[in-house]
Design a protein around this ligand. Structure first.
Ligand SMILES: C[S@@+](CC[C@H](N)C(=O)[O-])C[C@H]1O[C@@H](n2cnc3c(N)ncnc32)[C@H](O)[C@@H]1O
Length: 249
């Protein structure tokens, strides 16, 4: 692949501009490249987020919320009182805000950096990130921040691409991702480069065991990895322990 990933120091600016560019048709492209399956994966991730939560006044955080899929899904549960979506792309947030107005869902949309969350320790009853972690400059800092703002005994969830090793499926998926996805991006978004970045970004993203390690280093416990879509998608669940603050800060 001749595509050059941005250097660490330029990554944030590159990623922000890219999502600002593709925001208006992001949802359409997402449905096309995942054959609509991202909806099922997200529903599964939300089920893990809400498992065991006492919903009385519960508040949730969707980090790298993009156009707001997860935040809106959580808010559809009438018992989820406060839902916040955070992203640094103004245009993605604008789409999210329009969607929530249409659905009459009151979600708070905040522009900010996932690596320096503007919230106090122990604020949320759960935090989730889908397909965002890969885009951060410092993955560990992203998970550390989620663990910091989530209350003890509550969950941190990450849903992102995996590295399928299933014979026959893995090479077909790799071909689809590297060669077909950029064409879909070009047709639907008139932006081949954003959808060439997508498979390229996976080359530097850790395998599920590496994400588990990042969860451990953030002080999370009861960590589980749930492979989805034959391992091409990885769902990670971790719980903030009673005394996480002394171990991960
Ligand atoms: C692939 S999209 C995922 C959006 C949404 N979570 C979903 O699953 O459809 C990645 C999102 O992460 C956001 N993002 C990337 N780096 C970020 C950062 N450092 N802080 C906040 N948002 C960031 C991008 O702007 C983009 O909206």
């Amino acid at each position: 692949m001749s595509f050059q990933l941005p250097t660490k120091e330029h990554k944030a600016e590159y990623v922000e501009k890219q999502f600002d560019r593709i925001a208006s048709r992001y949802d359409l492209a997402n449905d096309a490249i995942s054959f609509g399956m991202h909806r099922l994966w997200k529903a599964r991730a939300i089920a893990e987020l809400c498992d065991g939560v006492n919903f009385e006044n519960a508040s949730f955080l969707d980090v790298c919320c993009g156009t707001g899929d997860l935040a809106l899904l959580v808010k559809r549960n009438p018992r989820a009182k406060h839902v916040t979506g955070l992203d640094f792309s103004e245009n993605m947030l604008a789409v999210a805000a329009r969607r929530s107005q249409k659905e009459v869902q009151s979600v708070e949309w905040i522009r900010g950096d996932a690596q320096a969350l503007p919230f106090a320790d122990d604020t949320f009853d759960g935090a989730i990130n889908s397909f965002g972690l890969r885009n951060l400059t410092d993955l560990q800092q992203g998970i550390n921040e989620m663990a910091r703002v989530v209350k003890p005994r509550c969950r941190v969830i990450n849903l992102d691409l995996g590295h399928s090793e299933v014979p026959l499926f893995a090479p077909v998926f790799a071909f689809f991702f590297a060669h077909i996805v950029p064409i879909i991006g070009e047709i639907l978004q008139k932006d081949k480069s954003a959808y060439t970045y997508l498979p390229a970004s996976l080359t530097t993203y850790p395998k599920p065991a590496g994400i588990t390690k990042i969860f451990q280093q953030a002080g999370l416990v009861d960590i589980k990895h749930i492979p989805l879509a034959l391992g091409s998608v990885a769902l990670h669940v971790g719980t903030v322990p009673e005394r996480s603050r002394s171990t991960n800060q």
